[in-house]
Design a binder for this molecule. Sequence first.
Ligand SMILES: Cc1cc2nc3c(=O)[nH]c(=O)nc-3n(C[C@H](O)[C@H](O)[C@H](O)COP(=O)(O)OP(=O)(O)OC[C@H]3O[C@@H](n4cnc5c(N)ncnc54)[C@H](O)[C@@H]3O)c2cc1C
Ligand SMILES: NC(=O)c1ccc[n+]([C@@H]2O[C@H](COP(=O)([O-])OP(=O)(O)OC[C@H]3O[C@@H](n4cnc5c(N)ncnc54)[C@H](OP(=O)(O)O)[C@@H]3O)[C@@H](O)[C@H]2O)c1
Length: 535
Amino acid sequence: MGLRSFLLYIIQNPILFAYQLLQWVLDKVLSPTPPPPHADLKRPKIAIIGAGLTGVSAASHVVGHGFDCRIFEAGPKENLGGIWSRVNNTSGLQIHSIMYRFHPSVRWEKGYPDRQQIVSQVRSLWHRYGLEDKTKFNTPITNVYKDAHGRWILNDASLGRFDGIIAAVGTCGDPKMPTLPGQEHFKGKIWHSSQLDGKSAKGKRVAIIGGGASAVEALEFVAAEQAEHTYVLARSEKWIIPRNPLVNGLLAMNVLGSETIFSWIPENILRLFFYRDLYDISPPRNSGKGLFTETPMVNSDVFDLVRSGRASWLRGDILGYDPSGRGISFSKRAQGVPKNGPGTEILIEPDIVIMATGYKRPTLAFLPEDVFEDPYAPPNWYLQVFPPSHPDICCNNCTYVNAIGTVGNYHIGIYTRFLLMYLVDPLARPRSWWMHRWIDMTRFVKSRAPGGAFEFFTYSELIYWFVFTIAINPFRWKWALFVLCGIGKDLPLRFVESEDKVRDGLGMRNVWGGVKRGEAEWMGGKRNGKLEGQD
Ligand SMILES: Cc1cc2nc3c(=O)[nH]c(=O)nc-3n(C[C@H](O)[C@H](O)[C@H](O)COP(=O)(O)OP(=O)(O)OC[C@H]3O[C@@H](n4cnc5c(N)ncnc54)[C@H](O)[C@@H]3O)c2cc1C
Ligand SMILES: NC(=O)c1ccc[n+]([C@@H]2O[C@H](COP(=O)([O-])OP(=O)(O)OC[C@H]3O[C@@H](n4cnc5c(N)ncnc54)[C@H](OP(=O)(O)O)[C@@H]3O)[C@@H](O)[C@H]2O)c1
């Protein structure tokens, strides 16, 4: 681009240019440098389960900071990018991409990128950090356990031995396709909301079953396809908030991460200025469905489609397909009437039914049994992701239930660096007792959260968790910049090496041999020479 056309671009697209500039600065300041090819990466060595954006981002942080890792992905290479590699081409971000920066080097060209752009960013990150040789596809992890020296084995020792585990299995697995009563009678087509590529809805009547983000996305798809009319059949209400980064950011600033006595303010503002004449669709007052109880949908087009008469959003229960095969019997409920409560029975006669009924949650059952023990079963873990019995396991982004914030953002790197800090610095590693106390304290602080302390969080709350857990332990202070921003790990590592010498002198068990002494054993093994099977 010549100087003249560059200046023209800035004048014509000032906001986009500022966004590009911001991304460039974030990349330069916060991205760890990719290791050179065949670099001698050190222990701790981390096993990463899942090659979605969380797994790839976590791996790039690990190798970028000079440590070693392997990624194990259940699916084939085409699944690189996780759930985004398996959904419709028309799928895209509903939240603004400034809140979806899953790695500092990500470069979005627009505010709301589509699926292909997201997958291509994941893939280029994977290439940039040389993760090709470190990824094993078609390798579902079914079991993890420790060897006699305290190193993790995944499935069996042939996959290697690891000092820590990052589970990045996501929250959206295979599509959920419930069979509704009388389905065999229906003469039209039934598709899952994630399988719409190549399908046409032009001139058709469409029923969308479900009232979540996939339903909204399916509604946009059929509207673009010029369907005759679309009925969204939602059995429960979720909040819809505008597609506006400022509004989304403001809502994410509730530091308590749960309902407060002030929640009625944003709720009423939304009803008055966003839902307006369609406020009947919003969760009713005093229904327990506050704005800070479930992940809201982020969309500004749904209401326009309803107002224009092209779509109807109906609250109620599906009674089943009509025996005549004409359609779906639906009990339409008024606002405030609970599920399966009294309603008006109507017949919806669609040509196409789209099941926007969500996805099965990927299992974490491969983890040791003790991580699931009540009252500290997921998501009730330290910082929501570290099981208190195993601070060397980080379930990055996959214990998440509901939030105002996004899944694909900076916290992936922060959690990864927490794990690295715990692994390299024994004095910074949390003890199980303290992890339990932190969970208890958070439960107390959020005792009024209807779903429990860890089923909903906001970004401000995450920041408070991170800063608090660093501030509370003086041995973590030296790591603060590294954990929060990925900057400067060498200084704290030198401290740890000096502490190692003291530990050695005191005849204490040495848990970390330092970066330069890569042969040192982990967790009480021999100091020199390799363990059997160690790679
Ligand atoms: C259509 C759609 C749109 C979305 N839009 C948004 C949005 O706008 N904003 C937002 O925040 N979120 C959105 N999400 C949620 C989405 O899940 C996250 O944004 C994000 O992609 C999660 O990435 P991940 O890497 O954590 O998990 P995934 O992308 O699900 O990747 C997990 C990977 O782990 C692998 N895996 C699972 N179990 C195992 C195992 N046992 N062994 C080995 N590998 C395993 C899977 O095969 C998969 O490849 C959307 C989801 C969908 C379906
Ligand atoms: N671009 C985006 O932002 C985007 C797009 C799609 C998905 N996502 C994300 O992906 C995840 C999954 O979203 P999703 O919308 O696919 O799933 P979801 O949030 O689980 O919503 C599924 C919907 O289907 C309903 N449902 C399920 N089974 C049903 C049945 N048998 N009969 C009638 N209704 C039924 C549910 O009702 P109940 O609530 O009553 O169970 C719910 O309304 C979320 O994290 C979401 O944020 C994001």
